[in-house]
Design a protein around this ligand. Structure first.
Ligand SMILES: NC(=O)c1ccc[n+]([C@@H]2O[C@H](COP(=O)([O-])OP(=O)(O)OC[C@H]3O[C@@H](n4cnc5c(N)ncnc54)[C@H](O)[C@@H]3O)[C@@H](O)[C@H]2O)c1
Ligand SMILES: [Zn+2]
Length: 360
């Protein structure tokens, strides 16, 4: 199967996502094609390197820079470790840093690339479904601060993204599912076809059949690429990528980022948004049901019955997506259509959250 190429044409840098079963085998060629400087460093995690490091043998001669990749390591001290290794290796301005891992590695090593010597070339080689369909595209890099998630960061577009679905074979099932909620997100906002494919091709997707995965991931990449091309720095359209994320982030934060994988919280968040939309008469109940069924079909989500509704509401009020004191909320208006509203009342939100089963 020929690799799929998806163009990302952000104003600050146009680049290509190359996607396909086995594309990692052509990494050196792909790096040469985009003129990525020849001194190439790779940042990866122990887990990813153990499973797939051998595939990098030809792409870089330098020792890999291995750093831990749990969410709690997405912090400045880990970025420091990357700087240390680059400085020790005398990495110059004309070097390339390749991130090889999930969203945590991509975000933190991408931030190191954006800031080391005021910026060296960056290439993402994402290894989780979430990173392949979401975090490697669009140029957001950064780390968490002990006082809050993703508070430190930059927009820094890569030279290329190379995504090989065959590496997803080793991904734990729960991580795989976490990425699928984001795929559903793209379906609800932008593509009824993608939405239906996740439902119909459920079996092939879970069997991780490379052809099916490649085309599903490609469709998700096209949607994200289109959005970030039109709105690189999140002043308008890019906000639709936050569908399901307002309540999702609040759920993650009140459970201290321990209970949910990010995508799972987004799974709940989409359901909250759909409840709200139906209550306003903006979405058909049958569409909400279709979404609820699809989310449920991926498997059980962690329980929420013990989470206080009030705490979730409070967390939402602190969301950094507040603009001038108003929460900009992505409302689904059908499968494949949306509206951004800024007049959601506390009462409406309470009702939607309680329908989901949060503790009153
Ligand atoms: N930059 C953005 O636009 C953007 C968008 C969405 C999410 N994010 C960020 O992405 C992060 C989450 O990323 P994630 O979900 O990929 O999590 P992750 O990077 O923590 O990876 C999840 C787990 O999977 C393991 N893993 C990775 N690839 C594997 C493979 N091929 N086989 C087996 N195990 C593998 C990792 O070791 C880790 O334990 C969050 O920090 C989030 O803020 C960023
Ligand atoms: Zn997300």
């Amino acid at each position: 199967m020929e690799p799929v190429r998806v163009d990302v044409a952000t104003p600050s840098r146009p680049y290509v996502i190359t996607l396909g079963d086995g594309v990692l085998g052509h990494l050196t060629q792909l790096l040469d094609d985009v003129k990525a400087p020849a001194r190439r460093f790779v940042v990866s995690s122990p887990t990813v390197w153990r499973f797939h490091g051998q595939r990098f043998a030809k792409a870089t001669k330098a020792e890999p820079i291995i750093v831990p990749d749990g969410e709690r390591y997405k912090q400045m001290p880990t970025v420091m470790k990357v700087y240390d290794a680059l400085i020790k290796a005398n990495a110059e301005r004309s070097s390339t840093l390749i991130t090889f891992g999930g969203g945590v590695i991509g975000d933190l090593a991408g931030y190191a690339a954006a800031t080391y010597l005021r910026g060296i070339a960056l290439v993402h080689v994402p290894t989780t479904l979430l990173a392949q369909v979401d975090s490697s595209i669009g140029g957001k890099v950064g780390v968490n601060h002990p006082l809050g998630k993703n508070l430190i960061g930059a927009f820094y577009q890569p030279h290329a993204v190379v995504a090989d679905p065959s590496v997803l074979g080793t991904l734990p099932r729960r991580e795989f599912r976490a990425g699928l909620y984001e795929v559903i997100k793209y379906g609800v906002t932008s593509s009824p076809t993608l939405f239906e494919r996740v439902a119909k091709e459920h079996r092939a997707i879970f069997n991780r059949e490379p052809e099916v995965l490649t085309s599903i991931i490609a469709e998700a990449c096209r949607i994200k690429a289109n959005v970030v091309t039109k709105d690189e720095k999140e002043s308008g359209l890019r906000r639709i990528l936050n569908f399901g994320h307002t309540a999702g982030h609040a759920l993650e934060s009140v459970t201290k980022y321990r209970r949910f994988r990010h995508g799972e919280a987004v799974g709940y968040g989409m359901l909250v948004a759909a409840e709200l939309a139906v209550a306003r008469g903006a979405m058909k109940e049958s569409d909400r049901k279709a979404l609820a069924n699809l989310v449920a079909s991926l498997g059980p989500l962690p329980p929420i019955g013990d989470i206080s509704l009030k705490e979730v509401l409070d967390a939402m009020k602190h969301d950094k997506k507040m603009i001038a004191g108003r929460l900009h909320f992505v409302l689904p208006t059908g499968i494949g259509s949306w509206a951004i509203v800024d007049d959601v009342t506390e009462k409406e939100m309470k009702k939607a959250l309680s329908r989901l089963g949060l503790k009153k």
